[in-house]
Design a protein around this ligand. Structure first.
Ligand code: 3HC
Length: 313
């Protein structure tokens, strides 16, 4: 009987909606693509703690501080789930961190923008976590088991993140004139970079074709971007803020909002390291990693000692 080509059997599993597990055979390119995407997702979660961490000491109330602390702590945990999922593909945490520090691995462009006012913390929760939720809900159905399970766990916490951001924006929008202007200014600055989180247009996407074939990605960059826009425009209307896009208008035929051109030059610029905060984000991460070396060494020494401990007969 003719031996089946492993790629064909793999594709049969994918098409049958079976999850691929760490010990299963998988094409090298599937593995590489997943390491690329999951690692960048994990890096994004951890780097994303910086813009918000910037406001912990300046939160306007104890409640606001407690909510922000809880959210940032969640993001660290999301990074942990995702690094762990990535390690099941045969790459070590040290290699992942080295790829981040060397610039070989990316993290989401959105985190290279500064959080200038408290309203930015609202815009980040509402728009950045809002965009992340649209993307991550779809990724719950990704074909790689550990990634899918990490997404299911993460999505449970993301909706709290989006709600706390939207609450900040809603309160400021119905506050004093100055507060409303602060909220509108934050929306103006975070709207277009949030649309860039979904990646280039499908026609320009280097990975989408393969990622869709292997069901790493279940919906395209543009489909997810459109879903985010349709949902968020209505949320802005409810709180009386205006989306900074003169071309935005409801298209009855498409049953979606038409929107203006995204500034892909800005996107590429930020990806090339020339965003407002790229250097600062990386310097902070490298510094924190170095400062934390003693904690990792102590934990490893303790684990080694426990492993060598003679278990009483
Ligand atoms: N920022 C940085 N790089 C981006 C990007 C962005 N916003 N959008 C695309 N890119 C990169 C891709 O990584 C790829 O570069 P690479 O080959 O060096 O990896 C290149 O641009 C081409 O883009 P593609 O569309 O071909 O790449 P993908 O198929 O990987 O799609 C993606 C891009 C939709 C971001 C996909 O990688 C993805 O879904 N990633 C997982 C989700 C994620 O990372 N979200 C980021 C934010 S996490 C977050 O917000 C946490 C929340 O709690 C705050």
């Amino acid at each position: 009987m003719e031996k089946k080509n492993p790629e064909d059997s793999f594709q049969v599993k994918i098409d049958a909606e079976e999850k691929i597990e760490p010990k299963d055979w998988m094409p090298d390119e599937y593995r590489r693509n997943l390491i690329r995407q999951i690692s960048q997702h994990a890096h994004s979660e951890v780097i994303g703690m910086q813009p918000e961490g910037n406001w912990i000491t300046r939160a306007p109330s104890l409640r606001a501080k407690a909510v922000l602390l809880a959210k940032i702590q969640d993001e660290g945990g999301h990074g942990l789930y995702l690094y762990s999922a990535c390690e099941t593909l045969g790459i070590s945490r040290d290699e992942l961190i080295e790829q981040l520090h060397s610039g070989k691995a990316k993290y989401s462009s959105i985190f290279n923008y500064p959080t200038l006012t408290w309203a930015d913390i609202g815009a980040v929760g509402w728009l950045v976590d809002g965009a992340a939720i649209v993307n991550q809900v779809s990724l719950q159905r990704t074909s790689y088991g550990p990634y899918s399970r990490a997404m299911i766990r993460i999505c449970k916490e993301e909706s709290f993140h989006q709600r706390q951001g939207y609450e900040i924006m809603a309160n400021m929008a119905k506050g004093t004139l100055e507060q409303k202007q602060m909220a509108q200014d934050a929306l103006n600055r975070w709207w277009w970079p949030s649309l860039m989180m979904f990646g280039p247009h499908d026609t320009e996407s280097a990975h989408s074709a393969k990622s869709m074939k292997w069901k790493i990605k279940r919906e395209s960059n543009d489909e997810l971007r459109q879903r985010f826009i349709d949902k968020t425009v209505q949320q802005a209307e409810v709180i009386g803020l205006s989306i900074p896009d003169p071309d935005l208008q409801w298209n009855e035929q498409r049953k979606h909002y038409d929107f203006g051109k995204i500034n892909w030059e800005e996107f590429t610029n930020v990806l090339n390291g020339n965003g407002p905060c790229n250097k600062q984000r990386m310097a902070n991460h490298i510094q924190a990693h170095q400062n934390g070396a003693w904690v990792r060494e102590a934990a490893m020494a303790y684990a080694e000692k426990q492993k060598n401990k003679k278990v009483p007969a």
